[in-house]
Design a protein around this ligand. Sequence first.
Ligand code: MSP
Length: 504
Amino acid sequence: MKKYYITTPLYYVNAAPHLGHAYTTIAADVLARHKRAQGAPVHLLTGTDEHGQKIEEAAKAAGKHTIDFCDMTSAKFRELWKHLDITYDDYIRTTEKRHEDKVSELFALLIKKGDIYKGTYQGWYCVSDETFFTETEAPEDDKGRRLCPNAECRKPLQRVEEESWFFKLSKYQEPLLKHYAAHPDFLAPSHRASEILRFVEGGLQDLSVSRQKVKWGIPVPGDQSHTIYVWFDALINYWSATAGTDDLWPADVHIVGKEIYRFHAVIWPAMLMAAGLPLPKQVFAHGWWTAEGKKMSKSSGNFVDPYEITREYGTDVFRFFLLRQMQFGNDGDFSAQALRLRYNSELVDGLSNLLYRIETMVDSYLDGRMPVKGSPSDDFHLTNVAPRAPEISAKIDALDFHGALEVIWEVIRSLNERVAKTEPFKLAKTDKVKCELVLFDMIHSLRIVAGWIEPFMPRKAAEMHLQLGVRQFPEALTADDVLTGANSHPGRIQKGPPLFMRKK
Ligand code: MSP
Protein backbone atom coordinates (compact mmCIF):
# COMPACT_ATOMS: atom_id res chain seq x y z
CA MET A 1 0.00 0.00 0.00
CA LYS A 2 1.32 3.40 -0.96
CA LYS A 3 2.48 5.41 2.04
CA TYR A 4 1.57 9.04 2.52
CA TYR A 5 4.98 10.53 1.77
CA ILE A 6 5.85 13.97 3.20
CA THR A 7 9.15 15.81 2.79
CA THR A 8 10.85 18.88 4.26
CA PRO A 9 13.62 20.74 2.44
CA LEU A 10 17.12 19.45 3.09
CA TYR A 11 18.66 22.11 5.25
CA TYR A 12 22.08 23.59 4.52
CA VAL A 13 24.72 22.62 7.04
CA ASN A 14 26.62 25.91 7.00
CA ALA A 15 25.02 26.97 10.29
CA ALA A 16 22.98 25.55 13.16
CA PRO A 17 19.20 25.31 12.83
CA HIS A 18 16.98 28.22 13.84
CA LEU A 19 13.28 28.88 14.17
CA GLY A 20 12.74 28.94 10.38
CA HIS A 21 13.99 25.38 9.92
CA ALA A 22 12.05 24.23 12.96
CA TYR A 23 8.88 25.74 11.53
CA THR A 24 8.81 23.66 8.34
CA THR A 25 9.82 20.52 10.16
CA ILE A 26 7.19 20.92 12.89
CA ALA A 27 4.50 21.51 10.26
CA ALA A 28 5.54 18.35 8.44
CA ASP A 29 5.49 16.44 11.72
CA VAL A 30 2.01 17.67 12.63
CA LEU A 31 0.74 16.51 9.25
CA ALA A 32 2.49 13.14 9.68
CA ARG A 33 1.07 12.57 13.18
CA HIS A 34 -2.39 13.55 12.01
CA LYS A 35 -2.28 11.14 9.07
CA ARG A 36 -0.99 8.33 11.28
CA ALA A 37 -3.78 8.93 13.78
CA GLN A 38 -6.21 8.47 10.89
CA GLY A 39 -4.64 5.09 10.30
CA ALA A 40 -2.69 5.93 7.15
CA PRO A 41 0.83 4.54 6.67
CA VAL A 42 3.06 7.62 6.63
CA HIS A 43 6.63 8.34 5.65
CA LEU A 44 8.27 11.59 6.71
CA LEU A 45 11.63 12.46 5.17
CA THR A 46 13.99 15.21 6.27
CA GLY A 47 17.76 15.66 6.14
CA THR A 48 20.64 17.94 5.21
CA ASP A 49 22.03 19.54 2.04
CA GLU A 50 25.80 19.28 2.26
CA HIS A 51 27.52 19.93 -1.08
CA GLY A 52 28.50 23.14 -2.88
CA GLN A 53 30.57 26.25 -2.54
CA LYS A 54 28.76 27.71 0.46
CA ILE A 55 29.39 24.65 2.65
CA GLU A 56 32.96 24.33 1.43
CA GLU A 57 33.63 27.95 2.41
CA ALA A 58 31.89 27.62 5.79
CA ALA A 59 33.98 24.55 6.64
CA LYS A 60 37.15 26.37 5.67
CA ALA A 61 36.21 29.35 7.82
CA ALA A 62 35.61 26.97 10.74
CA GLY A 63 39.03 25.37 10.13
CA LYS A 64 37.52 21.90 9.64
CA HIS A 65 37.64 19.20 7.00
CA THR A 66 34.49 19.65 4.95
CA ILE A 67 32.97 16.30 5.79
CA ASP A 68 33.75 16.68 9.51
CA PHE A 69 32.06 20.04 9.43
CA CYS A 70 29.01 18.51 7.69
CA ASP A 71 28.86 15.68 10.23
CA MET A 72 28.90 18.18 13.05
CA THR A 73 26.15 20.45 11.75
CA SER A 74 23.97 17.68 10.38
CA ALA A 75 24.02 16.17 13.89
CA LYS A 76 22.78 19.48 15.29
CA PHE A 77 19.70 19.28 13.09
CA ARG A 78 19.06 15.73 14.16
CA GLU A 79 19.42 16.67 17.83
CA LEU A 80 16.94 19.49 17.45
CA TRP A 81 14.41 17.20 15.75
CA LYS A 82 14.72 14.77 18.63
CA HIS A 83 14.25 17.58 21.11
CA LEU A 84 11.15 18.81 19.26
CA ASP A 85 9.62 15.29 19.07
CA ILE A 86 9.79 15.14 15.28
CA THR A 87 8.74 11.67 14.19
CA TYR A 88 10.70 11.43 10.95
CA ASP A 89 11.00 8.05 9.27
CA ASP A 90 14.15 8.75 7.29
CA TYR A 91 16.96 11.28 7.43
CA ILE A 92 18.97 11.74 4.27
CA ARG A 93 22.28 13.54 3.80
CA THR A 94 23.37 14.45 0.29
CA THR A 95 26.89 13.18 1.08
CA GLU A 96 25.57 9.64 1.59
CA LYS A 97 26.44 7.06 -1.03
CA ARG A 98 22.81 6.00 -1.48
CA HIS A 99 22.07 9.55 -2.63
CA GLU A 100 25.24 10.22 -4.64
CA ASP A 101 24.76 7.03 -6.66
CA LYS A 102 21.22 7.99 -7.64
CA VAL A 103 22.26 11.53 -8.61
CA SER A 104 24.99 10.19 -10.90
CA GLU A 105 22.56 7.69 -12.38
CA LEU A 106 19.94 10.33 -13.14
CA PHE A 107 22.49 12.80 -14.51
CA ALA A 108 23.91 10.14 -16.83
CA LEU A 109 20.42 9.20 -17.96
CA LEU A 110 19.59 12.80 -18.86
CA ILE A 111 22.85 13.19 -20.79
CA LYS A 112 21.93 10.05 -22.70
CA LYS A 113 18.45 11.37 -23.43
CA GLY A 114 19.92 14.67 -24.65
CA ASP A 115 18.26 16.74 -21.92
CA ILE A 116 21.65 17.61 -20.45
CA TYR A 117 24.25 19.02 -22.85
CA LYS A 118 27.58 20.84 -22.68
CA GLY A 119 27.98 24.58 -23.31
CA THR A 120 29.47 27.71 -21.76
CA TYR A 121 27.90 29.57 -18.88
CA GLN A 122 28.24 33.32 -18.66
CA GLY A 123 26.45 35.11 -15.94
CA TRP A 124 26.20 35.78 -12.26
CA TYR A 125 26.12 33.55 -9.23
CA CYS A 126 24.97 34.04 -5.65
CA VAL A 127 26.93 31.76 -3.31
CA SER A 128 24.59 32.32 -0.38
CA ASP A 129 21.52 31.24 -2.38
CA GLU A 130 23.54 28.87 -4.62
CA THR A 131 21.62 30.38 -7.55
CA PHE A 132 22.50 31.57 -11.08
CA PHE A 133 21.20 34.90 -12.39
CA THR A 134 21.28 36.38 -15.88
CA GLU A 135 22.35 39.95 -16.77
CA THR A 136 18.72 41.01 -16.96
CA GLU A 137 17.68 39.30 -13.74
CA ALA A 138 20.49 41.04 -11.87
CA PRO A 139 21.12 44.46 -13.45
CA GLU A 140 23.77 46.83 -12.09
CA ASP A 141 22.54 49.18 -9.39
CA ASP A 142 23.37 52.91 -9.37
CA LYS A 143 26.70 52.16 -7.65
CA GLY A 144 27.68 49.75 -10.43
CA ARG A 145 27.19 46.68 -8.22
CA ARG A 146 25.29 43.52 -9.01
CA LEU A 147 23.43 42.28 -5.98
CA CYS A 148 21.39 39.12 -5.54
CA PRO A 149 17.84 39.97 -6.72
CA ASN A 150 16.35 37.83 -3.92
CA ALA A 151 15.00 40.46 -1.50
CA GLU A 152 15.85 38.20 1.45
CA CYS A 153 19.51 38.07 0.36
CA ARG A 154 20.90 41.09 -1.55
CA LYS A 155 24.50 39.84 -1.29
CA PRO A 156 27.07 40.75 -4.03
CA LEU A 157 27.05 38.34 -6.97
CA GLN A 158 30.09 36.62 -8.46
CA ARG A 159 30.81 36.72 -12.16
CA VAL A 160 30.98 33.20 -13.57
CA GLU A 161 32.24 32.32 -17.02
CA GLU A 162 33.02 28.68 -17.50
CA GLU A 163 32.32 25.58 -19.46
CA SER A 164 29.18 23.99 -18.06
CA TRP A 165 26.62 21.27 -18.51
CA PHE A 166 23.11 22.55 -19.09
CA PHE A 167 19.70 21.10 -18.36
CA LYS A 168 17.13 21.78 -21.12
CA LEU A 169 14.65 23.49 -18.83
CA SER A 170 13.27 25.54 -21.73
CA LYS A 171 11.90 22.37 -23.30
CA TYR A 172 9.57 21.88 -20.32
CA GLN A 173 7.78 25.22 -20.35
CA GLU A 174 4.70 23.86 -22.14
CA PRO A 175 4.59 20.48 -20.34
CA LEU A 176 4.82 22.30 -16.99
CA LEU A 177 2.01 24.69 -17.85
CA LYS A 178 -0.10 21.74 -18.95
CA HIS A 179 0.63 19.91 -15.72
CA TYR A 180 -0.31 22.91 -13.56
CA ALA A 181 -3.56 23.29 -15.48
CA ALA A 182 -4.46 19.61 -15.24
CA HIS A 183 -3.56 19.36 -11.52
CA PRO A 184 -4.98 22.40 -9.76
CA ASP A 185 -3.74 21.14 -6.36
CA PHE A 186 -0.12 20.82 -7.49
CA LEU A 187 0.82 24.40 -6.63
CA ALA A 188 -0.31 25.46 -3.16
CA PRO A 189 -1.40 27.70 -1.61
CA SER A 190 -3.18 29.29 -4.56
CA HIS A 191 -1.74 32.79 -4.10
CA ARG A 192 1.74 31.36 -4.63
CA ALA A 193 0.62 29.48 -7.71
CA SER A 194 0.13 32.68 -9.65
CA GLU A 195 3.78 33.72 -9.11
CA ILE A 196 4.92 30.42 -10.59
CA LEU A 197 2.53 30.61 -13.51
CA ARG A 198 3.73 34.11 -14.38
CA PHE A 199 7.33 33.00 -14.15
CA VAL A 200 6.91 29.95 -16.39
CA GLU A 201 4.69 31.79 -18.88
CA GLY A 202 7.48 34.38 -19.15
CA GLY A 203 9.71 31.69 -20.72
CA LEU A 204 12.30 29.34 -19.25
CA GLN A 205 16.01 29.34 -19.94
CA ASP A 206 18.21 26.28 -19.84
CA LEU A 207 19.86 25.83 -16.48
CA SER A 208 23.57 25.47 -15.79
CA VAL A 209 23.86 22.27 -13.77
CA SER A 210 27.58 21.83 -13.24
CA ARG A 211 30.47 23.83 -11.81
CA GLN A 212 34.12 23.53 -12.77
CA LYS A 213 35.55 25.49 -9.90
CA VAL A 214 33.59 23.87 -7.12
CA LYS A 215 35.26 20.70 -5.89
CA TRP A 216 32.89 19.79 -3.05
CA GLY A 217 30.20 18.02 -5.00
CA ILE A 218 29.26 14.93 -6.97
CA PRO A 219 31.40 14.58 -10.13
CA VAL A 220 29.59 14.74 -13.47
CA PRO A 221 29.54 11.17 -14.81
CA GLY A 222 32.22 10.86 -17.50
CA ASP A 223 33.50 14.42 -16.95
CA GLN A 224 35.32 14.47 -13.63
CA SER A 225 36.47 18.09 -14.00
CA HIS A 226 32.90 19.19 -13.23
CA THR A 227 30.76 18.75 -10.15
CA ILE A 228 26.99 18.68 -10.29
CA TYR A 229 25.23 21.93 -9.34
CA VAL A 230 24.20 21.68 -5.71
CA TRP A 231 20.49 22.30 -6.31
CA PHE A 232 20.30 19.70 -9.06
CA ASP A 233 21.98 17.31 -6.63
CA ALA A 234 19.88 18.17 -3.58
CA LEU A 235 16.43 18.08 -5.21
CA ILE A 236 17.00 14.49 -6.23
CA ASN A 237 17.04 13.48 -2.54
CA TYR A 238 13.26 13.21 -2.46
CA TRP A 239 13.49 10.43 -5.00
CA SER A 240 16.90 8.92 -4.12
CA ALA A 241 15.66 8.31 -0.57
CA THR A 242 12.95 6.04 -1.98
CA ALA A 243 15.40 3.73 -3.77
CA GLY A 244 14.56 0.11 -3.17
CA THR A 245 10.96 0.82 -2.10
CA ASP A 246 7.79 0.59 -4.12
CA ASP A 247 5.40 2.24 -1.68
CA LEU A 248 6.77 5.80 -1.50
CA TRP A 249 7.28 7.61 -4.79
CA PRO A 250 5.69 9.93 -5.84
CA ALA A 251 5.70 12.17 -2.78
CA ASP A 252 2.32 13.38 -1.59
CA VAL A 253 3.58 16.76 -0.51
CA HIS A 254 6.87 18.64 -0.53
CA ILE A 255 6.68 21.34 2.14
CA VAL A 256 9.10 24.22 1.49
CA GLY A 257 9.61 27.89 2.30
CA LYS A 258 8.48 30.43 -0.29
CA GLU A 259 12.05 31.46 -1.17
CA ILE A 260 12.79 28.05 -2.69
CA TYR A 261 9.45 27.55 -4.36
CA ARG A 262 10.71 27.93 -7.94
CA PHE A 263 13.24 25.17 -7.45
CA HIS A 264 10.49 22.85 -6.28
CA ALA A 265 7.62 23.95 -8.47
CA VAL A 266 9.51 24.47 -11.75
CA ILE A 267 12.97 22.90 -11.88
CA TRP A 268 12.25 19.73 -9.91
CA PRO A 269 9.09 18.73 -11.82
CA ALA A 270 10.92 19.43 -15.10
CA MET A 271 13.76 17.15 -13.98
CA LEU A 272 11.25 14.42 -13.16
CA MET A 273 9.54 14.83 -16.53
CA ALA A 274 12.90 14.52 -18.25
CA ALA A 275 13.62 11.35 -16.28
CA GLY A 276 10.18 9.93 -17.06
CA LEU A 277 9.26 9.75 -13.37
CA PRO A 278 5.87 10.60 -11.85
CA LEU A 279 5.49 14.05 -10.30
CA PRO A 280 4.74 14.76 -6.64
CA LYS A 281 1.07 15.44 -5.90
CA GLN A 282 1.67 18.80 -4.28
CA VAL A 283 4.35 21.39 -3.62
CA PHE A 284 3.34 23.65 -0.75
CA ALA A 285 5.16 26.93 -0.05
CA HIS A 286 4.78 28.48 3.37
CA GLY A 287 5.70 32.04 4.34
CA TRP A 288 8.55 33.52 6.30
CA TRP A 289 9.01 34.52 9.90
CA THR A 290 10.67 37.72 10.95
CA ALA A 291 11.96 37.99 14.52
CA GLU A 292 10.83 41.01 16.55
CA GLY A 293 9.91 42.74 13.28
CA LYS A 294 13.26 42.21 11.58
CA LYS A 295 14.56 39.80 8.99
CA MET A 296 15.95 36.68 10.60
CA SER A 297 19.46 35.70 9.61
CA LYS A 298 22.41 34.04 11.25
CA SER A 299 24.81 36.54 9.78
CA SER A 300 23.01 39.56 11.21
CA GLY A 301 22.65 37.82 14.58
CA ASN A 302 18.87 38.34 14.51
CA PHE A 303 17.41 34.86 14.79
CA VAL A 304 15.40 32.81 17.23
CA ASP A 305 17.17 29.86 18.79
CA PRO A 306 14.54 27.15 19.34
CA TYR A 307 16.30 25.97 22.51
CA GLU A 308 15.94 29.39 24.06
CA ILE A 309 12.16 29.20 23.70
CA THR A 310 11.76 25.58 24.71
CA ARG A 311 13.89 26.14 27.83
CA GLU A 312 11.32 28.62 29.01
CA TYR A 313 8.10 27.19 27.61
CA GLY A 314 8.74 23.54 26.76
CA THR A 315 8.69 22.00 23.31
CA ASP A 316 4.90 21.66 22.96
CA VAL A 317 4.29 25.39 23.39
CA PHE A 318 6.88 26.17 20.72
CA ARG A 319 5.21 23.72 18.32
CA PHE A 320 1.78 25.12 19.11
CA PHE A 321 2.74 28.76 18.81
CA LEU A 322 4.43 28.44 15.41
CA LEU A 323 1.38 26.87 13.83
CA ARG A 324 -1.17 28.93 15.74
CA GLN A 325 0.29 32.39 15.27
CA MET A 326 0.23 32.69 11.51
CA GLN A 327 -1.62 31.14 8.64
CA PHE A 328 0.52 28.46 6.97
CA GLY A 329 1.34 30.08 3.63
CA ASN A 330 1.52 33.68 4.89
CA ASP A 331 4.30 35.64 6.55
CA GLY A 332 4.39 36.56 10.22
CA ASP A 333 6.45 37.90 13.08
CA PHE A 334 7.83 36.05 16.06
CA SER A 335 7.99 38.14 19.19
CA ALA A 336 8.44 37.32 22.87
CA GLN A 337 5.36 39.36 23.67
CA ALA A 338 3.08 37.65 21.15
CA LEU A 339 4.22 34.29 22.47
CA ARG A 340 3.51 35.21 26.09
CA LEU A 341 0.11 36.69 25.28
CA ARG A 342 -1.06 33.69 23.33
CA TYR A 343 0.36 31.31 25.88
CA ASN A 344 -1.43 33.01 28.76
CA SER A 345 -4.73 33.49 27.00
CA GLU A 346 -5.13 30.24 25.07
CA LEU A 347 -3.03 27.67 26.86
CA VAL A 348 -3.30 28.86 30.47
CA ASP A 349 -6.70 30.57 30.65
CA GLY A 350 -8.38 28.62 27.86
CA LEU A 351 -7.23 25.04 28.21
CA SER A 352 -5.20 24.48 31.36
CA ASN A 353 -7.56 26.26 33.77
CA LEU A 354 -10.55 24.44 32.32
CA LEU A 355 -8.97 21.03 32.75
CA TYR A 356 -7.76 21.87 36.24
CA ARG A 357 -11.14 23.20 37.36
CA ILE A 358 -13.01 20.16 36.10
CA GLU A 359 -10.57 17.79 37.75
CA THR A 360 -10.72 19.75 40.98
CA MET A 361 -14.51 19.48 40.97
CA VAL A 362 -14.38 15.74 40.30
CA ASP A 363 -11.91 15.48 43.17
CA SER A 364 -14.03 17.42 45.63
CA TYR A 365 -17.55 16.35 44.66
CA LEU A 366 -16.96 12.74 43.61
CA ASP A 367 -13.84 11.99 45.65
CA GLY A 368 -11.90 11.69 42.40
CA ARG A 369 -14.19 8.95 41.06
CA MET A 370 -14.73 9.04 37.29
CA PRO A 371 -18.18 10.50 36.68
CA VAL A 372 -20.58 8.08 34.96
CA LYS A 373 -23.13 8.77 32.28
CA GLY A 374 -26.56 9.19 33.83
CA SER A 375 -29.99 9.33 32.38
CA PRO A 376 -31.06 11.74 31.07
CA SER A 377 -27.54 12.54 29.93
CA ASP A 378 -25.96 15.86 29.25
CA ASP A 379 -24.86 15.64 25.63
CA PHE A 380 -22.81 18.68 24.78
CA HIS A 381 -19.85 16.48 23.83
CA LEU A 382 -22.08 14.64 21.37
CA THR A 383 -23.86 17.62 19.90
CA ASN A 384 -21.23 20.37 19.96
CA VAL A 385 -17.79 18.82 20.36
CA ALA A 386 -17.41 15.51 18.48
CA PRO A 387 -19.13 16.82 15.31
CA ARG A 388 -16.29 19.31 14.82
CA ALA A 389 -13.77 16.48 14.27
CA PRO A 390 -14.20 16.15 10.47
CA GLU A 391 -13.73 19.89 10.03
CA ILE A 392 -10.49 19.89 12.03
CA SER A 393 -9.25 16.86 10.16
CA ALA A 394 -10.02 18.39 6.76
CA LYS A 395 -8.15 21.55 7.69
CA ILE A 396 -5.02 19.65 8.70
CA ASP A 397 -5.27 17.58 5.50
CA ALA A 398 -5.19 20.90 3.62
CA LEU A 399 -2.20 22.09 5.72
CA ASP A 400 -4.38 24.76 7.30
CA PHE A 401 -2.92 24.23 10.76
CA HIS A 402 -3.90 27.67 11.95
CA GLY A 403 -7.52 27.06 10.91
CA ALA A 404 -7.61 23.68 12.66
CA LEU A 405 -6.33 25.23 15.90
CA GLU A 406 -8.87 28.01 15.53
CA VAL A 407 -11.69 25.45 15.53
CA ILE A 408 -10.19 23.58 18.50
CA TRP A 409 -9.98 26.79 20.52
CA GLU A 410 -13.50 27.75 19.51
CA VAL A 411 -14.61 24.49 21.12
CA ILE A 412 -12.47 25.17 24.21
CA ARG A 413 -14.08 28.60 24.55
CA SER A 414 -17.52 27.03 24.28
CA LEU A 415 -16.61 24.54 27.02
CA ASN A 416 -15.55 27.36 29.31
CA GLU A 417 -18.84 29.13 28.60
CA ARG A 418 -20.70 25.93 29.32
CA VAL A 419 -19.09 25.61 32.77
CA ALA A 420 -20.02 29.22 33.49
CA LYS A 421 -23.60 28.56 32.37
CA THR A 422 -24.26 25.19 34.03
CA GLU A 423 -22.42 26.13 37.25
CA PRO A 424 -21.53 22.61 38.42
CA PHE A 425 -19.99 24.18 41.56
CA LYS A 426 -23.49 25.31 42.55
CA LEU A 427 -25.16 22.09 41.43
CA ALA A 428 -22.83 20.22 43.78
CA LYS A 429 -24.89 21.67 46.61
CA THR A 430 -28.34 21.61 45.01
CA ASP A 431 -28.46 18.71 42.53
CA LYS A 432 -25.71 16.09 42.81
CA VAL A 433 -27.08 14.01 39.92
CA LYS A 434 -27.09 16.95 37.54
CA CYS A 435 -23.65 17.96 38.75
CA GLU A 436 -22.23 14.55 37.87
CA LEU A 437 -23.83 14.70 34.42
CA VAL A 438 -22.14 18.00 33.69
CA LEU A 439 -18.79 16.67 34.87
CA PHE A 440 -19.22 13.49 32.80
CA ASP A 441 -19.90 15.63 29.76
CA MET A 442 -16.89 17.85 30.42
CA ILE A 443 -14.52 14.92 30.93
CA HIS A 444 -15.66 13.43 27.64
CA SER A 445 -15.35 16.74 25.84
CA LEU A 446 -11.83 17.19 27.17
CA ARG A 447 -10.85 13.68 26.13
CA ILE A 448 -11.87 14.56 22.58
CA VAL A 449 -9.94 17.83 22.74
CA ALA A 450 -6.85 15.95 23.95
CA GLY A 451 -6.97 13.76 20.84
CA TRP A 452 -7.24 16.83 18.62
CA ILE A 453 -4.23 18.57 20.09
CA GLU A 454 -2.00 15.48 19.95
CA PRO A 455 -0.38 16.23 16.56
CA PHE A 456 0.45 19.74 17.76
CA MET A 457 1.32 19.08 21.41
CA PRO A 458 2.02 15.37 21.83
CA ARG A 459 3.38 15.64 25.37
CA LYS A 460 0.55 17.73 26.74
CA ALA A 461 -2.02 15.54 25.00
CA ALA A 462 -0.53 12.47 26.70
CA GLU A 463 -0.63 14.26 30.07
CA MET A 464 -4.26 15.19 29.49
CA HIS A 465 -5.22 11.67 28.55
CA LEU A 466 -3.49 10.29 31.60
CA GLN A 467 -5.23 12.75 33.90
CA LEU A 468 -8.57 12.03 32.27
CA GLY A 469 -8.27 8.30 32.82
CA VAL A 470 -7.64 7.25 29.24
CA ARG A 471 -5.23 4.62 28.04
CA GLN A 472 -3.61 6.41 25.18
CA PHE A 473 -1.52 3.73 23.55
CA PRO A 474 -0.67 3.10 20.83
CA GLU A 475 -2.20 6.31 19.43
CA ALA A 476 -4.06 9.35 20.66
CA LEU A 477 -7.82 8.82 20.79
CA THR A 478 -10.03 10.01 17.99
CA ALA A 479 -13.38 11.60 18.78
CA ASP A 480 -15.00 8.29 17.76
CA ASP A 481 -12.84 6.32 20.22
CA VAL A 482 -13.96 8.59 23.01
CA LEU A 483 -17.60 8.22 22.07
CA THR A 484 -17.44 4.43 21.93
CA GLY A 485 -15.50 4.42 25.19
CA ALA A 486 -12.56 2.57 23.63
CA ASN A 487 -9.44 2.79 25.78
CA SER A 488 -11.11 4.64 28.59
CA HIS A 489 -11.41 2.87 31.86
CA PRO A 490 -13.57 3.48 34.86
CA GLY A 491 -11.70 4.45 37.93
CA ARG A 492 -10.27 7.68 39.08
CA ILE A 493 -9.25 11.00 37.71
CA GLN A 494 -5.50 11.43 38.02
CA LYS A 495 -5.53 15.08 38.83
CA GLY A 496 -2.10 16.48 38.04
CA PRO A 497 -0.48 19.87 38.31
CA PRO A 498 -1.89 22.43 35.85
CA LEU A 499 -0.80 21.75 32.26
CA PHE A 500 0.48 25.31 31.89
CA MET A 501 1.48 27.91 34.48
CA ARG A 502 0.91 31.61 33.89
CA LYS A 503 3.95 33.66 32.74
CA LYS A 504 4.56 37.24 33.70
N1 MSP B 1 19.28 23.54 1.06
C1 MSP B 1 18.20 24.30 0.56
C2 MSP B 1 16.99 23.41 0.30
C3 MSP B 1 17.23 22.26 -0.58
S1 MSP B 1 15.82 21.26 -0.73
C4 MSP B 1 16.23 20.15 -1.89
C5 MSP B 1 17.85 25.38 1.56
N2 MSP B 1 18.23 25.17 2.82
S2 MSP B 1 18.03 26.19 4.06
O1 MSP B 1 18.83 25.67 5.14
O2 MSP B 1 18.28 27.52 3.65
O3 MSP B 1 16.57 25.99 4.50
C6 MSP B 1 15.57 26.69 3.87
C7 MSP B 1 14.26 26.36 4.52
O4 MSP B 1 14.28 26.71 5.92
C8 MSP B 1 13.13 27.20 3.97
O5 MSP B 1 12.63 26.67 2.79
C9 MSP B 1 12.16 27.14 5.08
O6 MSP B 1 11.59 25.86 5.05
C10 MSP B 1 13.04 27.27 6.29
N3 MSP B 1 13.28 28.66 6.68
C11 MSP B 1 14.49 29.28 6.82
N4 MSP B 1 14.30 30.54 7.28
C12 MSP B 1 12.98 30.77 7.42
C13 MSP B 1 12.21 31.82 7.97
N5 MSP B 1 12.74 32.95 8.37
N6 MSP B 1 10.87 31.63 8.08
C14 MSP B 1 10.27 30.44 7.73
N7 MSP B 1 10.97 29.44 7.23
C15 MSP B 1 12.29 29.63 6.85
O7 MSP B 1 17.23 26.34 1.16
